[in-house]
Design a protein. Structure first.
Length: 620
């Protein structure tokens, strides 16, 4: 078996090396379904930018993803389809002008939408897009006052209590909602046939959670000094500047599609023309995120260049590619060039630390995160022998971002006000907050234990271990915030605990190992559904996947003293499935928001099988 494993390691390494770009990067796509493709069509038509060939290419991709029943799905096993995604696709296809309502595909889509509650049952983000483009009205009775942005951080609830992702998307929504802004063109389609109940309340903003939250907001407004007119004008100006000050060099707002899309509408609400240079650059930035997947044009939500490059370089080094090789040196130079030197919003809660982290995309200069920072430092560990300055900056930033509870979140420190997690927003806690999570905490511990002198970091490590042990689920698993889902979180937690010398016979370790064995499939692999993320419990896939199997095998390789029959079965699954080309390969293994945003990383099909097999061979 060892020869077969080594042959597979070499095969994967060669495939990775062949795909490296001259500048040292790997630009595997960041694939997130069809939403960005739909919104791009709607944006271009709204701005009356007639890029027909581009729009038609997006139409072709959207149509290629439609199911036989007329719906669109977020993931393979999502029962019959996703209502919000289907409404977005229906709208975009009509607005494109290349498809009309009498088309067979459109009739099937319309039937699905009506049978599942109609346009009134879509999620809140889809409703915002529909309001911006004149399909539905903004709510009359309530919107979150823009003055909220003026609250100082000492207020019980303030703007920086929300995660950076929430702020980036919330600010342009607040501006547009304040102005009740919407825009139509002469080509705007009529979606009235998607209503089941024409006069229904589409926004549902009268829940007790909303009333309690807004009571707190309005109490805070009473404490602001100034006339209502002055405060309102100041708030709009500050919101505008918040966006403009966080535009990256490519013109995008925080390098995210959604926040940039919303910013364009917010700026028009403030009086910017469709052809204002900021809007023109923003559109160009979004178009620059174009990629090709299976022959179809896809607009990425962002790029994953730093993430992919760091993980691929690290996996190659773990597989035996020398750090002095040309490929690793090129990757090193790229990663060094992407270390952050600008202060971002993270400094609000961590004001005494200088920048030093890494971000996710190639255009990100001010929004670093914990996962990319540890990934980059793993890949650059040998480079640190010759250059301590980047390493010391990165390490200091990483350690300074540990939350007071002992864990690590994603982008910011101590952004975990539990009262906000109860607001009735789809994916509420995951979108609004940035709490400590098992995957981020586990991966940080794994980095500290395996790649640093852990004796220097014992205080941080002990707190992190304590947090992980406290947050293990009763069945032995851990929840993973950025992967699917409990297999991912358990892999991160187990490899982290073992790296910092938690005993393999520790009850928490044994419990987690027992859980992993209990969910192994008969073919030796593992598979987990995106529905785990929605139902908040482990939901198996109807088939194994190479990535889930690699995570489980790597966790077991760390946690077990000897090779077990189940581990051999997992290795055999990885070896026997190397030519797999089914839906399991493109099934999302990453997540953004529960029930709304899932990610397929093509790079994962190389990275994690390579890592798991390399670690397995090294140990035995």
């Amino acid at each position: 078996m060892k020869q077969r494993i080594e042959a597979e390691i070499n095969r994967l390494a060669e495939l990775i090396l062949k795909r490296q770009n001259f500048d040292g990067t790997w630009d595997f796509p960041f694939e997130t379904g069809i939403a960005t493709d739909c919104y791009m069509i709607i944006l271009l038509r709204t701005l009356e930018i007639h890029d027909e060939q581009f729009i038609q290419s997006l139409v072709e991709r959207i149509l290629s993803k439609q199911e036989k029943n007329g719906a669109w799905k977020l993931f393979y096993d999502e029962e019959k389809g996703n209502l919000s995604t289907t409404v977005e696709a229906y709208y975009a296809l009509l607005y494109s002008g290349f498809i009309d309502q009498n088309n067979t595909n459109m009739r099937l889509a319309r039937k699905f939408i009506i049978n599942h509650g109609g346009i009134g049952k879509v999620n809140m983000f889809t409703k915002v897009m529909l309001a911006l483009t004149g399909q539905i009205k903004w709510p009359k009775s309530f919107h979150l006052p823009i003055e909220f942005i003026l609250f100082p951080t000492t207020f019980p609830v303030n703007f920086f209590d929300f995660s950076v992702y929430a702020r980036a998307n919330l600010i342009p929504i607040l501006i547009a909602a304040d102005r009740k802004f919407s825009i139509k063109t002469k080509h705007t389609p009529d979606l009235s046939d998607l209503y089941v109940h024409r006069n229904e309340d589409l926004w549902d903003l009268d829940s007790s959670e909303w009333r309690s939250f807004f009571s707190c907001i309005y109490d805070g407004m009473k404490q602001l000094v100034g006339t209502p007119f002055e405060l309102h004008r100041l708030a709009l100006h500050r919101a505008e500047q918040y966006m403009l000050n966080r535009i990256e060099q490519d013109g995008t707002f925080y390098s995210y599609f959604s926040s940039t899309f919303l910013m364009i509408f917010a700026l028009m609400a403030l009086g910017y023309s469709k052809k204002h240079p900021v809007i023109v650059r923003a559109v160009q930035g979004l178009k620059s995120m174009k990629t090709t997947i299976d022959g179809h044009t896809h607009i990425q939500y962002t790029t994953a260049t730093v993430w992919n490059t760091a993980l691929l370089s690290y996996s190659l080094q773990e597989a035996g590619v020398p750090s002095a090789s040309a490929a690793i040196q090129r990757a090193n130079q790229y990663l060094l060039s992407r270390q952050h030197y600008l202060y971002g919003d993270w400094a609000v809660h961590n004001p005494y630390q200088i920048p030093g982290g890494w971000g996710f995309s190639n255009i990100n200069t001010m929004n670093p995160d914990i996962d990319d920072t540890t990934a980059a430092l793993r890949a650059l560990r040998k480079e640190a022998l010759n250059n301590r300055s980047f390493w010391d900056r990165g390490m200091k930033w990483l350690l300074s971002m540990q939350n007071d509870d002992g864990g690590w979140g994603s982008f910011e420190k101590n952004v975990n006000k539990s009262s906000l997690s109860w607001l009735p927003i789809e994916g509420g806690e995951k979108m609004l907050l940035d709490p400590s999570t098992p995957d981020l905490t586990g991966r940080t511990l794994e980095f500290l234990g395996n790649f640093t002198r852990s004796s220097y970091n014992q205080t941080f490590i002990k707190q992190g271990v304590k947090w992980l042990l406290k947050n293990q689920r009763s069945d032995g698993s851990w929840y993973g915030r950025w992967g699917i889902c409990y297999i991912y979180g358990s892999w991160c937690a187990l490899t982290g605990l073992i790296a910092v010398k938690v005993r393999r016979d520790h009850p928490a370790v044994r419990k987690a190992v027992k859980w992993l064995y209990s969910i192994q499939n008969d073919d030796g692999g593992w598979g987990e559904s995106c529905k785990s993320d929605i139902q908040k419990k482990f939901i198996p896939l109807p088939a194994s996947t190479r990535v889930h199997t690699a995570w489980a095998l790597d966790a077991l390789a760390a946690a077990e003293e000897t090779v077990t029959p189940q581990m051999n079965q997992a290795v055999n699954y990885l070896l026997n499935s190397k030519d797999e080309n089914s839906w399991t390969i493109t099934y999302p293994k990453g997540q953004g928001l529960p029930g709304g945003f899932y990610i397929h990383y093509p790079s994962y099909e190389y990275i994690f099988p390579l890592l798991a097999l390399a670690h397995f061979v090294k140990k035995w």
